[in-house]
Design a protein. Structure first.
Length: 422
């Protein structure tokens, strides 16, 4: 692949984060809007909760299974065009969602959307990391991460309001058109950096140019990197819990607190995601500073966040007080944001720059398999007599297991693996 020239001014490296922020906004708004209209699909099309769970899982499982391939493409092709190509594809598929009438239609369309969206994160995280060295990487990724929460709020609120007013299908047309227009605008301004550009620019001595690492060699090295494996295992659990909230919280608020669809769609996302924005920025700042004195600082930030967040997950399902629920959702969101902001930054501390996109694809493989499992299991459990409150509360135990895994990585494997990567 021919070398590319990138604008590397301090302003542009943050402008890249800003441009990707808007693309990621639609990445999440498009994928999550459907959850706010689940009650309408149940009412208008007669879907059971198990069927809704399968529809939710269809996206995540295709997203997961194709993630390693998407990561490999991101390491072999210009990330700019991988990102923009994915945006065009998933936006078109989002528009097709409005024409579905049967469960199989939704499964096929949601699966196709998962295929389109899976290319975004491996390529975008690698792109940001080639503009931001470890000195600013957690902050850059944490700032980018806020787009996930904004997209979740925007997609959920828009779908709930438009679904109630104009029909469940209406928001998908709006989101599809807006995403395509955004792609045409930004393709003029996003530039492709060289691989490992940030580290080479900040190095005080000559830094070797990154050469392509054969996939087989990378996989062997990856399997021997215990910290990377533990981080992926932790992500399996964390993403399982996260998607349970995204999939079922609108329905939970509608059924338990008798909220209207638009209010439930907004309430299910607003408090968690706003708090996650704050946590994401805060977690990035803390981790960048902590990692200067403690090599496992990014992982420790994640571990503490998961440990503190677990009780608030239990409280979300258990409480009958709306104000207590808002408090619990906000505290959980703050912790989730601090965990999320260091997800790929911690991972890249132990991963070769030549295979960052591929490694992110592997992480998404396991993480989104867990997410699909959580979405489906909750639906099946509720159809078989377990209350939604109990089902949601039970995922607090998963978050405790995530914290234990991360503390183990920080204590026993991180220092050696980070030193070897550097």
């Amino acid at each position: 692949m021919p070398k590319t020239t990138a604008v590397t001014s301090p302003h542009y490296k943050w402008a890249v984060v800003g441009m990707l922020w808007f693309i990621c906004f639609f990445n999440y708004a498009d994928r999550l809007a459907i959850f706010s209209v689940f009650p309408l699909l149940q009412k208008d099309l007669g879907f059971s909760k198990t069927e809704l769970g399968v529809i939710g899982a269809a996206f995540t499982w295709v997203y997961a299974i194709t993630a390693p391939f998407a990561g490999h493409v991101g390491d072999r092709m210009p990330r700019k065009w991988v990102i923009l190509g994915g945006l065009y594809v998933w936006s078109l598929v989002t528009g097709l969602t409005a024409h579905c009438t049967r469960v199989i239609h939704f499964i096929l369309v949601r699966g196709a959307e998962g295929l389109g969206e899976t290319f975004y994160f491996p390529a975008s995280m690698a792109l940001i990391s080639d503009y931001h060295s470890p000195r600013t990487r957690s902050r850059a990724i944490g700032l980018h991460q806020t787009s996930i929460y904004a997209g979740t709020i925007g997609g959920g609120a828009l779908a709930g309001w438009m679904g109630e007013k104009y029909g469940w299908y209406s928001p998908f047309w709006v989101l599809a058109g807006a995403g395509i227009v955004l792609g045409f605008v930004l393709q003029r301004f996003i530039r492709e950096p060289q691989r490992n550009q940030a580290e080479r620019e900040e190095a005080t001595t000559d830094t070797k140019e990154v050469h392509h690492l054969p996939l087989g060699q990378f996989l062997r090295e990856f399997a021997r990197t215990k910290t990377a494996v533990l981080l992926i295992v932790a992500y399996f659990g964390a993403n399982l819990v996260g998607l349970v909230f995204l999939t079922w919280m609108p329905t939970f608020l509608t059924e338990k607190f008798h909220l209207k669809l638009a209010v439930a769609g907004l309430g299910a996302t607003l408090f968690i995601q706003l708090a996650s924005m704050v946590g994401s920025v805060l977690g990035g700042v803390i981790a960048d500073r902590w990692s200067q004195s403690q090599v496992s600082g990014r992982i420790l930030v994640q571990a503490v966040a998961a440990l503190v967040g677990a009780p608030f997950i239990v409280l979300c399902g258990w409480t009958r007080d709306p104000w207590m629920l808002i408090l619990a959702m906000s505290c959980f969101g703050l912790c989730k944001g601090m965990y999320d902001s260091n997800l790929t930054a911690a991972f890249y501390d132990v991963i070769s720059p030549a295979r960052r996109s591929t490694a992110t694809g592997l992480m998404n493989l396991l993480g989104w398999l867990g997410a699909g499992l959580g979405s489906l299991v909750i639906g099946v459990a509720v159809d078989h007599g377990i209350t939604m409150s109990v089902a949601i509360s039970s995922t607090g135990g998963v978050y405790l297991a995530v914290a234990a895994t991360l503390f183990a990585a920080a204590r026993w494997t991180a220092a050696k693996d980070i030193a070897a990567a550097r």
